[in-house]
Design a protein around this ligand. Sequence first.
Ligand code: SF4
Length: 683
Amino acid sequence: MNIQYTPTTCPYCGCGCGFNLVSVDGKLKGVEPWKRNPVNEGKLCPKGNFSYEFVHREDRLTTPLIKKGGEFVEATWDEALDLVASKLGEIKDTNPEALAFLSSARCTNEENYLMQKLVRAVIGTHNIDHCARLCHGPTVAGLAQTFGSGAMTNSLESVAHADCIFIIGSNTLEQHPLMWRRVLQAKAKGAKLIVADPRFTPSAKKADLYLPFKSGTDVALMNAMMNVIISEGLEDKEFIENRTKNFEELKAVVMKYPPEKVADITEASADLIKEAARMYAKADNAAIIYSMGITQHTTGTDNVMSTSNLAMITGNLGRPGTGVNPLRGQNNVQGACDMGALPVVYPGYQKVIEGEMAEKMMTAWGCGDLTCRPGLTVIEMMNAADAGDIKGMYIMGENPMVSDPDIKHVKEGLESLDFLVVQDIFLTETAELADVVLPATSWAEKDGTFTSTERRVQYIRKAVDAPGEARSDWSIICDIAKKMGSDLFNYDSPQDIFEEVRTVTPQYAGMNKERLEKPEALHWPCPDEEHPGTPILWGEKCATPDGLGVLMPIEFIPPAELTDEEYPFTLTTGRMLFHWHTGSMTRRSKTLDREVPTGFVEINTEDAAELGIKNKELVRVKTRRGEIEIGAKVTPDIMKGIIFIPFHFVECAANTLTQSFALDPAAKMPEFKVSAASIEKME
Ligand code: SF4
């Protein structure tokens, strides 16, 4: 019997926990703690514990598939790749801007790097995006404006040193359990916990101060907290003077938001707003944690900048236990952004509109002219497909038929394409619509790096062989590039690719193999091989041109879709402990699936009584986009007037109901978190 322990990084949330995959005679049998990993010190949540269960599923894709006469037929790699290369080439020769690519936050840095290089250097467009658009696009846009760079300011471990933690728009206990462990460590040392959320979540239940407020009113709420802080002289005058600019402009706006007025907008108690503001401002070290409750709004970027404002006026930046800490949802969503799988930036957030950057990349890659015209975002791609302007799409490791808003619209867009390629490990709802399906390897079957939410770059390591003829995403991309006539994709291994990443991504330049192989790995920025990496950002100055943090005066703007007589409820969506994103992996894990086999709609006990809805009864939820049938979960743990649906379940898909017509102007984020909805008993 051959037993192997392979140290690797979790394929699920952005915490980036490390563990050992245990294989016996080439088959995964379980996970074992990797206690030296500083992220989680041997601890795991259920998703990490059972992460091996989907890998050997019988429904894994094992051979390329080509659709003929409406049915998939098995093909050789040569047949499939020749078809993909020739179809992409045909469309490219007519108009490269008629092709669009979705990269993947589930794939490695090396694979995301190659995908954006294929799109830019071979196809000749910047039409590349990925699901960060739909989770933390506003984080990238908002924090770049306030701090000069859009990422979590502190490490996970740093949160354990906070005296106060303000969580808004995050059910951290369920969604980022190993970050929650740091919150509990801080609490055990006496830290105060404030949780602002329309739902009395498991995280909120552990709070010293729970602040219920209405979805979509975050800016008003945080302006009111700043109003209290400034009115009571609790701001950090020295930090404001030395480290920030625009304070007077910010003050002029927030003084228009006294708590009593904001109580009407947010339905939060004015007294609780005041108490939360004092608790946060009086702490020596206060940390803000947020997630998609902040970002998934048409005001997502404003919401993010409000968290920066709050941190900066209280001087909570650049030290352990402070900062603005967006928790990224997917294992490598930070890395996919870092690698430039975005329509506006090359690797390292170097802007595509700047001719100087195009020159730099042309020299580095040895390719021809690179356009300076930004590409399309995810939602714009779907709209353009529907309008007939995008003719071909290539989707790697994403499932927009479950993850994107207004699924009917997504389906119409994908069905309008002349050619769709999907590269994945299962025949997902999106893959079913493809012309060609390419079978890829799971994280357990390849090497590479993931970058976690705290900017820590860590190795994943191959533990077992891939099933059938499945191949790693990076090698598939290389072959397509070569078949399209490029000689820029001659790599022997992920390490080979990473060495190139380092040369064009300043934040990764100092990360050599020897350093990354240590359990603690490295946090970016790490500009040279002598640099220790940067667990905590903005200690001395921000990344803005003058080094000052920019306070942004922000007025409250209501959500794009308000309730009315026909749609009297506000629908909000989110995640849960046992599942992850579109469920393509967690719903194929028998243990996780057994815990929560399908979705539900949470409705307040009083609202349910008024509508005659009983717990577990099947109800119909409708919005202007469509309707679903789903079981009711009647609970006092949600505000009246709000309903909540987890978005992992295709049979009662929350995104049938969400909208894509209104977008955050800076980040192009749709408003997942607020839809006007109705709910009724089934006849
Ligand atoms: Fe994996 Fe996140 Fe759970 Fe850690 S907290 S084990 S990274 S899902």
